[in-house]
Design a protein around this ligand. Structure first.
Ligand code: MGD
Ligand code: MGD
Ligand code: SF4
Ligand code: MO
Length: 851
């Protein structure tokens, strides 16, 4: 410990009222410091309901990887938030109630509005904790920051010196991606910078959300900025929601508002989904149920019909597209198979007719034809190809096939059309901390959900199995010897595929003996992942630190996030923890150039300086005239764009080249066509140069369906952000973690709504209540991702987390196969456990008990 590191100062960080409360709690009668004098403390809950003018109002935002970013307005008394409200149109300085097409309100959903319960939840981590039982046994004791950071830094050095520069795995993810300063992320995150500078980091390169889409968008358009802003939807005449349910799964903050405008203007809606969704019922959509993961085949059938009836836009194709047909193949690839030849079967003898597609996807051929005609004949039409169908084995082929159909109808770069894809829209200025040559240094980079496979099979793992990203030095192809994991802004043990295999990998790490591996979880609450860690570090939430919020893929605004309240307990920001660890490991000043060692105790001035410098970039790049002080006063800055932002407008209207090697929309990919040795690419295995239908590993068409007759899909829950908010009582009242299944299937199995069922395959078994409905097609079961795993003594997950059933093989382009799952189902006597404690929702005894 250095002399700068003075833990006694912690006491000073506690606010007067909280210090008073603690003091009061120590004496038997509770007291609080009021005006410096001790007075009897009164819990707010028992006070008369405070009126608005008794409270201080602070504008901030909601957070996390939730599909949007809305305003939250905190109303506080002293240092306690007693109410949360949201945008009312007035905070930017406009009249109360302002809510226009150009400048809509950023009104929070139920998750955001219940955030106070997450802040003050019994699961909140307040102190550093150290494991005292076996891993996963959930026995921890409170320790000091000094002890935690000393032990962690010593163990880090030991692992790096003994097992080399790939021994520590970075599993930072998007829990805190959407702030400019306190960031968790695979590429831009604070952890990546910390571990890279430390000289020991295996990175994880594939994105669970949409790696199939990312690969597809990069190959096809050369960028993932292929999204329009949501107001563009208001100008569509036809919106095809392909595996897209924005009523549940947010994809932007005001999507539904703009879709309603489209509806009012006469837009037609179609849904392609194994389940009939609330989005479909809201817009009276034509529902086309489809066998899961067969979307690429259906799109191929549509392409066939569009070509066959000459409905394609040949002028658009000739001008903007590479490889759509023999005439648009590049010189160097003349004679290779173009998309049209594949679709017509000139190359493989199989014409991808609607009848051919119908056999695979279960949609009647006449419906495929009708949809193809609707899409090709309606201008402009938005085929919104969302991510879930691509979150599957060979998911990238679905996304590429959708891009081909979007391109052949000329629906790209025009208002009311749609080229998404990944769908990132307006470009935000996203980083306030130093992002430079020291950031994102890595010594190995693996496909994210291969870590357990690598640990279990080390060193007998091929580079293609690991999905190793190529390097140009002597670490190229070296399989990482993973000995430790840092979880920051991720609950990945609960959220990656095949959890039982992950648990086996942790057991393998255990077998190396005490001190030879290290699991650290940094979070603001105890999480299912944290239960398996050696150290739990309490992280201040975005209410307790200074930052600016970014929109999530869509939206053009910034929301100021002041420090609304002081950090609860002993919590610190991620940036404080990494900076202090970096000082202990010898690179503190380089890691956080604006900070001194004192940052661990007082981060405010440094954070402000980073944010001011960031605001200067915003002012110079984005034409904002407000001063930083004005922004802080108002709390939100909404840009008013001169016209709706439409991806690739300049390419189509002004002839600006696409960012692909050929400068065209590449349906025939230059990159893929030129690969010599697939094992030397990060993909590892062959990927065709044009989009093709490839049978997934598991589906209703597969042999295995005889043994496991149900295809499970695992969408995102409306009432949670992945695993976040699982413990919130208010939200609990609105949902149940249940399986949805079709009436005919249920009848055959003697199951009715409210029964408990078990679902299993060779990877695991889970228990949930069941909801029987006609809204789910036969042969399919729907179970939402993100429940907090809760294993019983027989290894059955009583919470109903579908990731006990998913397969950890990533698709060649890196897509996670989260929706490629066959299972069997039966009625069960086992009890479902919807939370760690159904009534209190709390696992707080885990760390409140005295070990
Ligand atoms: N079966 C199935 N599984 C899936 C999916 C699916 O479709 N099906 N979807 C996948 C997808 S798309 C995703 S994106 C992943 C999400 O996987 P995760 O990112 O692991 O999920 P979250 O529950 O959002 O976990 C984020 C964690 O970050 C913490 N956190 C939030 N803010 C901060 C902060 O400022 N600092 C720190 N240190 N921690 C913070 C939160 O408390 C939370 O525990 O799940 C994947 N899992
Ligand atoms: N409320 C809420 N919103 C969120 C999130 C959240 O956790 N909660 N997470 C955010 C994140 S990180 C992400 S990645 C996005 C994910 O966004 P999406 O991938 O768009 O969302 P999902 O909910 O997984 O699935 C959307 C629809 O696809 C359908 N579907 C599943 N498999 C198939 C298939 O094989 N074919 C077809 N045609 N349809 C299929 C499902 O039934 C569902 O109705 O959502 C974001 N928004
Ligand atoms: S959509 Fe996301 S940002 Fe908006 S209120 Fe809900 S949880 Fe918060
Ligand atoms: Mo995601």
């Amino acid at each position: 410990m250095t002399k700068h590191f003075d833990f006694n100062r912690l006491a000073n960080l506690l606010t007067p009222s909280r210090r008073g409360f603690l003091k009061g709690a120590a004496a038997t009668t509770a007291t609080a410091l009021v005006g410096g004098k001790a007075a009897p403390a009164r819990a707010f809950a028992y006070e008369p309901y405070p009126r608005d003018d008794d409270l201080t109002t602070v504008v901030t935002s909601c957070a996390h990887n939730c599909g949007s970013r809305h305003m939250l307005v905190a109303h506080k008394k002293g240092d306690v938030i007693v109410r949360l409200s949201t945008d009312n149109g007035s905070y930017q300085g406009d009249a109360y109630g302002t809510d226009t097409e150009e400048k809509p309100q950023l009104r929070a959903c139920l998750r955001g509005r219940s955030y106070r319960l997450r802040l003050y939840s019994p699961e909140r981590l307040l102190y550093p904790m150290k494991r005292v039982g076996a891993r996963g046994e959930a026995k921890f004791k409170r320790i000091s920051w000094e002890q935690a950071l000393t032990e962690i830094s010593e163990r880090m050095v030991h692992l790096r010196e003994t097992y080399g520069p790939t021994a520590l795995l970075d599993q930072s993810y998007a829990g805190a991606s959407y702030g400019v300063l306190h960031k968790s992320d695979q590429i831009e995150g604070l952890l990546g910078r910390f571990m890279g500078m430390f000289g020991c980091r295996t990175n994880s390169w594939s994105v669970p959300s949409y790696q199939g889409t990312t690969s597809s968008s990069r190959w096809t358009f050369g960028t993932i900025q292929d999204g329009n802003e949501d107001d563009a939807f208001a100008h569509s005449k036809l919106i095809i929601m392909w595996g897209w349910n924005p009523a549940y799964t947010f994809h932007g903050g005001n999507t539904f508002y703009y879709m309603r405008l489209a509806k009012q203007r006469g837009c037609k809606f179609v849904l392609i989904d194994p389940q009939y969704t609330d989005s479909a019922s809201a817009y009276d959509a034509w529902w086309i149920p489809i066998r899961p993961n067969t979307d690429a085949a259906m799109l191929a059938g549509m392409a066939y019909h569009i070509f066959a009836t000459n409905r394609h836009d040949q002028a658009f194709i000739d001008r903007f597209v590479q490889g759509m047909d023999p005439g648009t193949m590049p010189e160097w690839a003349k004679g290779q198979e173009s998309f049209r030849e594949y679709i017509e079967g000139t190359s493989d003898g199989i014409a991808k007719t609607p009848e051919w597609a119908s056999e695979i996807c279960g949609v009647p051929a006449e419906n495929i034809i009708k949809l193809a005609e609707m899409y090709a004949d309606t201008k402009p039409a938005a085929l919104k190809a969302s991510w879930a169908p691509g979150r599957a084995a060979y998911g990238e082929q679905y996304n590429r096939m959708a891009a081909a159909v979007q391109a052949m109808t000329g629906n790209i770069g025009i208002l009311g059309g749609c080229a998404e894809g990944v769908g990132k829209g307006w470009h935000a200025e996203s980083i306030a901390y130093p992002y430079d040559a020291n950031s994102n240094i890595w010594y190995a980079s693996i496909k994210s959900d291969r870590w357990a496979h690598i640990v279990l099979n080390y060193p007998n793992v091929s580079r293609e199995e690991a999905g190793l990203w190529p390097r140009s030095d002597n670490l190229d192809g070296v399989i990482p010897n993973i000995r430790g994991i840092f979880w920051q802004g991720s609950d990945w043990l609960n959220q990656l595929t095949n959890i039982n295999k992950e648990i086996e990998a942790i057991r393998k790490l255990d077998s190396y003996g005490e001190g030879e591996s290290l699991l650290v979880c940094m979070d603001s609450t105890i999480t299912p992942t944290g239960i398996w860690a050696d150290y739990l570090l309490p992280i201040a939430t975005h209410f307790e630190r200074h930052d600016v919020a970014l929109p999530w893929y869509k939206g053009h605004y910034y929301i100021h996030r002041p420090k609304v309240i002081e950090p609860l307990g002993e919590s610190k920001t991620d940036f404080q923890v990494f900076t202090e660890l970096a000082y202990r490991l010898g690179f503190g000043p380089a890691y956080n150039p604006r900070a001194s060692r004192d940052y661990f105790h007082d981060p405010d001035a440094v954070d402000e300086a980073y944010l001011v410098a960031w605001w200067e970039k915003v002012q110079s790049h984005q034409g904002v005239t407000w001063s930083w002080e004005e922004f802080k006063k108002r709390g939100v800055y909404k840009f008013v764009l001169p016209e709706p932002h439409v991806a690739f407008r300049d390419q189509i209207e002004k002839g600006v080249p696409f960012e692909t090697p050929s400068g065209k929309i590449e349906i025939f990919s230059t990159t893929l066509a030129q690969v010599q040795d697939w094992t030397r690419t990060q993909w590892g295995y062959h990927i065709p140069a044009i989009p093709k239908w490839i049978e997934p590993w598991e589906s209703l068409n597969h042999e295995k369906a005889k043994e496991y007759p149900f295809h499970m899909i695992t969408p995102h829950p409306r009432w949670r952000t992945h695993s976040i908010f699982n413990n919130i009582p208010w939200l609990r009242e609105t949902f149940s973690q249940e399986t949805t299944m079709n009436t005919a299937d249920a009848k055959r199995l003697g199951i009715v709504t409210g029964d408990t069922i078990e679902l299993w395959n060779e990877r695991g078994k889970v228990v949930t209540p069941v909801h029987v409905t006609e809204r789910c097609m036969p042969g399919v079961v729907v179970l939402f991702e993100g429940s907090w795993m809760d294993l019983d003594e027989n290894g059955v997950d009583r919470s109903g987390n579908p990731d006990f059933l998913t397969l950890d093989n990533p698709s060649p382009a890196g897509a996670f196969a989260y929706n490629t799952i066959l299972v069997d189902v039966r009625k069960s006597e086992l009890a479902h456990r919807p939370g760690w404690d159904q009534l209190a929702t709390a696992r707080s005894h885990v760390f409140r008990r005295d070990y």
